[in-house]
Design a protein around this ligand. Structure first.
Ligand code: CU
Length: 526
């Protein structure tokens, strides 16, 4: 009897789940980071297939590859999947892997909640995707799900609303975890103003998430009760106001844009100093610029609503407030450039993506300022100009940042060097095909081609064909990335403890694991 008892105790103590259970039950920040990254890549391919179907339909006017109703479902789901399934979870994956190591913490503050935050995502994604197969199909009114259209759609909309609730809960828990870890678990000497920029940008991002995700939850809950329980929040006939939804939605939606770009700012701020072999220029101004962007992002939401009807004073306020964001953003671009200035630069894949990021994201910033000008916005609202603008921000911004960080830290994560030649090929293919896809969409938009339309007039044919060819090239190029990652995981040259030559000159002295940093002065170690 005693022996059995001892066996049970020993078993319970030494239990290491294996196979699937190891991943289901893990509380290790690296395991969870890995799962976030793989999940996001699968969602990236899923949303990518939708994008390619959209571009196939738009290859020529008159083509009818998918029916118009399904086309609308694809544009809506492409947006929702890429935002909530691909970009946001990718950055949470980076946060899980890097933040504890960068601040000298043993793990995330709430390790079990961390597990739950991740495991909420796959069921939410399945719920969202399965809306394609219910009567009425997936939501089809655009990712912004404006009423009254979204009130009238089939049960796919309820499934999307519930999926947004679950993904929002996951995001909020992830953010609380990140904030708590950063504020409470830094190694001695790691003061706030000595933290790596990636940690700073995520701290600020996490605060933004905690602020605005509940607002989105409120908006979709009101939508849910309008749809199912007879309330009239957004129904003018019942005393409600459909424009109120737009206000609430964009109070979430604009900061959301910065949630998807600030962590990329952080990654680029780690990569540039390493390959320029100089400390980050203007560290503290970077911190204050990031915080300024976050605060300003909360007071510009109605620039998405200039055509919804607004007093001139309102138009002026939201126009100038939006343009004001260009100031701290300009500070950051200046600092990255100044970091490279007279640096001893090399151009490995992470650096190529970081420089590509600075070029193209800045272009997206410029078209953003153009969109902020009320009379121009009224002209380009709901055209391909807006599509071009936000893909320059989210693809050559957020996604290039993700690629830069992935190549930068892959050796650290896998223990192997990736294939540098293939990495560079991946960069150049991505760079060329991205611009082929989206640059011409500026011209389409200025010429008046509307978004979310499965067919178009003949004069838009040439640019659409170029854009579709670019999109397929872009999509195929990402399979090369998958190959490079798999090859790196399976083997290759062993990665040295300090992966990058440039990182060595920036070494500092906190006990292992020593992260790459971007400090002006090394932290004091007690
Ligand atoms: Cu906005």
């Amino acid at each position: 009897m005693a022996a059995v008892h001892d066996h049970d105790v020993a078993h319970a103590h030494d239990h290491h789940p294996s196979g699937m259970m190891r991943w289901m039950m893990t509380t290790n920040h690296k395991d969870i980071g890995t799962m976030y990254l793989w999940f996001s890549f699968i969602m990236f391919l899923t949303g990518g297939v939708m994008a390619l179907t959209i571009r196939a339909e738009l290859f020529q006017p008159g083509l009818q590859i998918v029916n118009p109703e399904f086309f609308n479902q694809l544009t809506t789901m492409h947006g929702l999947i890429m935002i909530f399934g691909a970009i946001m979870p990718a950055f949470v994956g980076f946060a899980n892997w890097q933040i504890p190591m960068m601040i000298g913490a043993p793990d995330m503050a709430f390790a079990r909640m961390n597990n739950w935050s991740f495991w909420l995502l796959p069921p939410a994604a399945l719920l969202l995707l399965s809306s394609f197969f219910v009567p009425g199909g997936a939501p089809a009114g655009g990712w912004t799900i404006y009423p009254p259209l979204s009130v009238q759609m089939g049960m796919g909309m309820d499934m999307a609303i519930f999926a947004i609730h679950i993904m929002g809960a996951s995001s909020i828990m992830g953010s609380i975890n990140i904030i708590t870890t950063i504020l409470n678990m830094r190694a001695p000497g790691m003061t706030l103003m000595k933290m790596p920029m990636f940690v700073w940008t995520w701290l600020i991002t996490a605060y933004l998430l905690v602020l605005v995700m509940p607002v989105l939850a409120g908006a979709v809950t009101m939508l849910l009760t309008d749809r199912n329980f007879g309330t009239n929040f957004f129904n003018a006939a019942g005393g409600g106001d459909p424009v109120m939804f737009q206000h609430i939605f964009w109070f979430f939606g604009h900061p959301e844009v910065y949630i998807m770009i600030l962590p990329a700012f952080g990654i680029v701020s780690e990569v540039i100093p390493t390959f320029a072999r100089k400390p980050l220029f203007g560290y503290s101004s970077m911190v204050y610029a990031t915080a300024s962007i976050a605060i300003l992002s909360c007071i510009v939401w109605a620039h998405h609503m200039f055509t919804a009807g607004m007093p001139v004073t309102g138009q002026l306020f939201f126009m100038y407030a939006t343009m004001l964001i260009a100031v701290p953003t300009g500070v950051k671009v200046f600092n990255w450039t100044a970091t490279m200035w007279r640096g001893s630069m090399t151009f490995e894949t992470p650096m190529l993506f970081a420089i590509g990021f600075i070029f193209l994201f800045t272009l997206g910033g410029f078209s953003g300022v153009i969109c902020a000008v009320v009379p121009i916005d009224i002209q380009v609202q709901d055209t391909y100009y807006v599509i071009a603008h936000f893909h320059y921000v989210l693809v050559s911004g957020a996604l290039f940042g993700i690629f830069s960080g992935a190549y930068y830290w892959l050796p650290k994560w896998t223990g192997h060097m990736y294939d540098e030649t293939l990495g560079k090929v991946h960069f150049w293919l991505t760079m060329i095909f991205f611009n082929l896809t989206f640059f011409v969409q500026h011209f389409l938009g200025l010429a008046g081609m509307p978004r979310r339309i499965p067919d178009y007039a003949l004069q838009f044919a040439d640019f659409n064909m170029i854009s579709s060819i670019g999109a397929f090239g872009f999509g195929l190029s990402q399979l090369l990335f998958l190959y490079v990652v798999l090859k790196c995981i399976r083997g290759g040259a062993k990665a040295p403890a300090k992966t990058w030559e440039g990182g060595k000159t920036l070494e500092w002295t906190l006990p292992s694991p020593a992260p790459y940093h971007s400090f002006e002065t090394p932290p004091v170690v007690r």
